[in-house]
Design a protein around this ligand. Structure first.
Ligand SMILES: [Zn+2]
Length: 447
């Protein structure tokens, strides 16, 4: 039974000191924490202190941003987004939090907030917005989640805090090292796993707070209505493309009607504030140029999700022809080829992606996988090492470094990596593999 094995691994690989450390961290905040909700002023039972929220954010958000292909490379777009975000944060209930705002290169429609204030908005949603007020509605909603401490509140009910304790927890759920899973591992996990737990009440409260912050910052609340309309119409035209957005932010006509009603009553005076359409369009020009390529990539990703890799490849080749130097486009085409086990071709696109966006880690991971599957073990190890230097804390990379070293007959090197892996993941096929090797090589005592 894999589960029993997992338990055994857990007991054997964890020293008493590790265990005590874990209990001290977990026991301090997991169940006993009380904090004041800065929005309502009432004391709530939460799973995390503010320091833990920031720690959870710092250890997890970089992985999500990389899974979303990194911040867009068009610096003015990020500067503009940050400017709008900061104006909302300054008008929020927790202006002291270390907020940061970035547009990320993912094509699906999503926005998310980590509990310390790291907020990401995909280019997939940005190219469908019309004006700055809609953007302010979107960012205001996310700032609302941070201000109302929704992640911390949910941590009292779920095991999110456990993920923080274990480190890199958003990846710990991926248990299988099969090729198909490796292709999707970095692309689809993250916000879904970590942030999908907001309740409907949380969403309502964030909509309400978003309206409050955006009007205080001088934006027309009609932007929130416009945002809800964009989400509704996208759902009608393409229900599949929005899965993740709906997992993290359940859409509903109710939310649209709430925004509409709030504008007609409480915020009626503010409906004269500007929408800032022109300023938004000017600042998004660089992204809007990519819109045709982004749409092709969205079609390719839908085919990928249905495991129709040939068709996906077709769309993604069109996307790369439209925007040859787009990091995400090259990565996706590489993944479609890798999924067809055309590793030599795949490697070419991952290497190209590395050149396009040297600081971003994900291309190194997939370059390593293509090299590993071609039997180029030393080169694969270097690629995984390149990934880990850019983005430490992903147990999958550690495991794959072990595989590369094992394939090179470097037992002591592989054992060190497997041991590191088992310190953060103790269930699943990869953990079994690591454990069995350590045992077979005499690194674990037989009972
Ligand atoms: Zn939300």
């Amino acid at each position: 039974m894999p589960h029993e094995l997992g338990d055994r691994v857990f007991r054997r690989s964890m020293t008493r000191r590790d265990f005590l450390w874990l209990m001290s961290v977990a026991g301090g905040g997991l169940l006993h924490g009380c904090a004041t909700d800065p929005v309502t002023g009432k004391t709530v039972l939460v799973g995390m202190s503010e320091a833990q929220e920031i720690q959870l954010d710092r250890s997890n958000s970089p992985h999500q941003f990389s899974a979303d292909y990194g911040a867009v490379q068009e610096a003015p777009v990020n500067d503009y987004l940050s400017g709008v975000g900061e104006s909302l944060a300054a008008n929020s209930h927790r202006p002291q939090m270390p907020y940061s705002f970035r547009a990320v290169n993912a094509n699906h429609v999503n926005a998310y907030a980590f509990p310390g204030g790291s907020i990401g908005v995909t280019r997939g949603i940005l190219v469908d917005l019309e004006n700055e007020a809609e953007l302010a509605g979107l960012l205001g909603h996310e700032v609302g989640h941070v201000s109302a401490r929704h992640a911390a509140e949910q941590a009292g009910k779920t095991m999110i805090a456990q993920a923080a304790v274990m480190g890199g927890g958003i990846y710990a759920g991926s248990k299988d090292a099969g090729l198909g899973n490796l292709v999707t591992t970095l692309g689809s996990l993250g916000a879904g796993a970590l942030l999908a737990h907001y309740s409907r009440d949380n969403e309502r409260e964030s909509d309400r707070l978003g309206l409050e912050y955006m009007t205080r910052a001088g934006y027309n609340p009609e932007g929130m209505v416009g945002l809800m309309d964009v989400l509704r119409s996208q759902r009608q035209s393409d229900p599949n493309a929005l899965e993740l957005m709906f997992a993290t932010h359940p859409p509903s006509d109710e939310r649209y009607r709430y925004a509409q009603q709030a504008v007609a009553t409480r915020y009626i005076e503010d409906a004269r504030l500007p929408l800032q359409r022109e300023r938004f369009q000017d600042n998004m020009a660089a992204l809007r140029e990519l819109k045709p390529a982004i749409k092709k990539q969205q079609e390719g990703e839908q085919k990928m999700a249905r495991k129709q890799y040939r068709q996906a490849e077709g769309y993604l080749r069109e996307a790369v022809a439209l925007a040859p130097d787009d990091y995400t486009g090259n990565m996706l085409l590489g993944k479609a080829l890798l999924a067809q086990e055309r590793t030599v071709e795949a490697e070419r696109f991952f290497e190209k992606a590395k050149g396009i966006y040297p600081a971003e880690a994900q291309s190194h991971h997939f370059d390593g996988i293509s090299k590993l599957s071609r039997g180029r073990y030393a080169a694969a190890f270097r690629a995984f090492d390149g990934y880990e230097k850019r983005l430490p804390g992903n147990p999958n990379t550690v495991f794959l470094k072990g595989i590369a070293l094992e394939s090179m007959q470097d037992r002591s090197g592989a054992a060190a990596q497997y041991y590191r892996y088992l310190r953060s993941v103790n269930q699943g096929q990869a953990a079994q593999h690591a454990y069995q090797r350590l045992q077979a090589w005499g690194y674990l005592q037989q009972r």
